[in-house]
Design a protein around this ligand. Structure first.
Ligand code: HH2
Length: 256
């Protein structure tokens, strides 16, 4: 899954208006992305929320511009109004970092027959990194995901992906514990998505704590290869080209 941020303020790869974002989306497809995740609101720690019209003004031209391309299109939003309009414009999947906690998002996905990515986040983006706290991080995160999957499917959502939400209300230790436990999440009956691309904790882990976000691509690939070995079905990434190469090599080694 290739990341297409149509935002001025994403922690990486923002600053593109709709036209430049559309060109970027086409490049990610040429690089081998299967799904494009289009987002018009940054969810980086501390980000301010944007209103529905602003978000729609960013994402709809990109989704419409991709009509007729072979891309599967995912809309990265927490707002049911944005998700609905994106589906009307041609999106196929709703990627909700708040994990369908809003009952209107859940019922809208069910009514529209749209599959959803359910991500775990403790709190909300503005404050989630101030003091993340868990009694039992795996139990709480995986328990939330399984419960939301059950709720969504029984409400009529046709399919779900589960995402542990790396960096969303989590310390580096929480992220690592969840990543080490991915085989447990993959053992549940739903496909798993992991999105750690360029996230800040990778800087410290890889001995590059001060570098810019795009200097963390090799670290991102190492982490996502681990996720794929642990059963993740999808990885959400900025640098599609290097991930396609790495995942192909890993798949070739495994098939031998
Ligand atoms: N991470 C981000 C945004 N959306 N969706 C899922 N399912 N999983 C993630 O880990 C995830 C996500 C944050 O990354 P990015 O879009 O690059 O940054 P920003 O939110 O600043 O636009």
């Amino acid at each position: 899954m290739g990341i297409v941020n149509v935002t001025p303020d994403s922690f990486s790869d923002g600053g593109r208006g709709p036209e430049a974002a559309l060109m970027h989306a086409r490049q990610l497809l040429a690089d081998g992305a299967l799904i494009l995740d289009i987002g018009g609101e940054s969810t980086r720690p501390g980000a301010e929320a944007v209103d529905v019209d602003t978000e729609l003004g960013r994402v709809l031209p990109v989704i419409r511009g991709l009509a007729g391309s072979p891309a599967l299109i995912s809309i990265d939003t927490m707002k049911p109004e944005v998700a609905r309009a994106a589906l009307d414009a041609g999106a196929h999947l709703v990627n909700d970092v708040s994990g369908l906690r809003d009952p209107q998002m859940l019922s809208m996905c069910a009514e529209r027959g749209a599959p959803a990515c359910i991500m775990h986040m403790q709190g909300e983006p503005r404050t989630m990194q101030l003091a993340p706290h868990y009694g039992d991080v795996m139990g709480e995160v995986f328990g939330f995901l399984a419960a939301q999957a059950g709720r969504a499917l029984s409400a009529g959502v046709p399919g779900v992906l589960l995402d542990p939400g790396i960096g969303f209300g989590k310390t580096p230790d929480h992220n690592l514990a969840l990543l080490r436990a991915l085989p447990e999440l993959s053992a549940l009956p739903w496909p798993v998505l992991v999105g750690a691309s360029r996230k800040k904790f990778l800087g410290a882990l890889s001995g590059n704590p001060q570098g810019p976000a795009d200097s963390r691509d090799a670290a991102s690939l190492a982490l996502h290869l681990h996720a794929a070995r642990c059963g993740a079905a999808l990885v959400r990434v900025h640098d599609v080209r290097s991930h396609v190469q790495g995942l192909r090599v890993q798949a070739a080694l495994e098939s031998a």
